[in-house]
Design a protein around this ligand. Structure first.
Ligand code: ATP
Length: 238
């Protein structure tokens, strides 16, 4: 498998706060990669930096072999990398269909937009049923589906999911992980930040463990599931 995303010495800072302190990792085409670690360990900052939502302080990011380190988010989606952000950031006063349309902002061909809508509605029939409703009227689980659906509208090669199961009922959480596997079956490569470690490692091929802005472990999902470093990372240690 070739490397789809390759990150070298990535650092992210917020003023004096060093959120990410020089990390290296890669994601190969076709993989599901879990990004794990306690709250505040630097996972979201990493994803946000990859898609240009926060600046890269130092280091480089290559996507499909191209240096995209300082690219703006609006260039990355058409290039094939999108983020479904933490906290289901949907536009509550826009309809479901309009929210999805925003994810395909770079697509001007009407038939291509229609095909993208159809694909998302096929994955999430409830979004089709509710396509004319304000997104703010959806349940939490449906808003999460909408956030993922919006990220899928540009047909990403690499989809970054930031805590897709956060705040969802256990029954719905199972559906999120089924979706992740289904998307991989459709040729999407995925990186998933998850607090739901056991389930994430069940679907993932590999994982990386963050602690205090650094990577403290990496390996196959099966090895990480047994790892003491993973356990201590959640207790706040390194
Ligand atoms: P969480 O699951 O809580 O989102 P995380 O592993 O994704 O955790 P980050 O959100 O990346 O971690 O946070 C890493 C560090 O950066 C933390 O110390 C956090 O307080 C800080 N941080 C994150 N976003 C900002 C911001 N916009 N401004 C200042 N500090 C921030």
């Amino acid at each position: 498998m070739t490397s789809l995303l390759s990150v070298q010495s990535l650092a992210v800072r917020y003023g004096p706060i060093e959120a990410v302190r020089g990390i290296d990792f890669e994601i190969k085409e076709g993989e599901i990669v879990a990004l794990l670690g306690a709250n505040g360990a630097g996972k979201s900052s990493t994803l946000n930096a990859l898609v240009g939502l926060v600046p890269v302080a130092s280091g480089t990011v290559h996507f499909k072999g191209e240096d995209i380190t300082d690219w703006a988010p609006e260039l990355l989606a058409p290039a094939g990398m999108t983020l479904s952000p933490e906290g289901r950031r949907v536009f509550g006063t826009l309809s479901v269909a309009e929210n999805l349309r925003m994810g395909a902002f770079a697509i001007t061909d009407k038939a291509a937009v229609k095909a993208a809508w159809d694909r998302v509605y096929d994955l999430f029939p409830i979004l089709h049923e509710r396509r004319d409703q304000f997104a703010g009227t959806l349940s939490g689980g449906q808003q999460q589906m909408l956030a993922v659906g919006r990220a899928l509208m540009s047909n990403p090669k690499l989809l970054l999911l930031d805590e897709p199961s956060l705040g969802l009922a256990p029954k719905i959480i199972g559906q999120v992980f089924e979706l992740i596997e289904r998307l991989r079956g459709q040729g999407v490569t995925l990186a998933v930040v998850e607090q739901n470690v056991a389930m994430a490692l069940e679907v993932a091929d590999r994982g990386y463990v963050f602690a205090n802005g650094r990577l403290v472990a990496a390996g196959s999902a099966a090895d990480l599931a047994q790892s003491d470093t993973l356990k201590s990372a959640y207790l706040g240690g390194e």
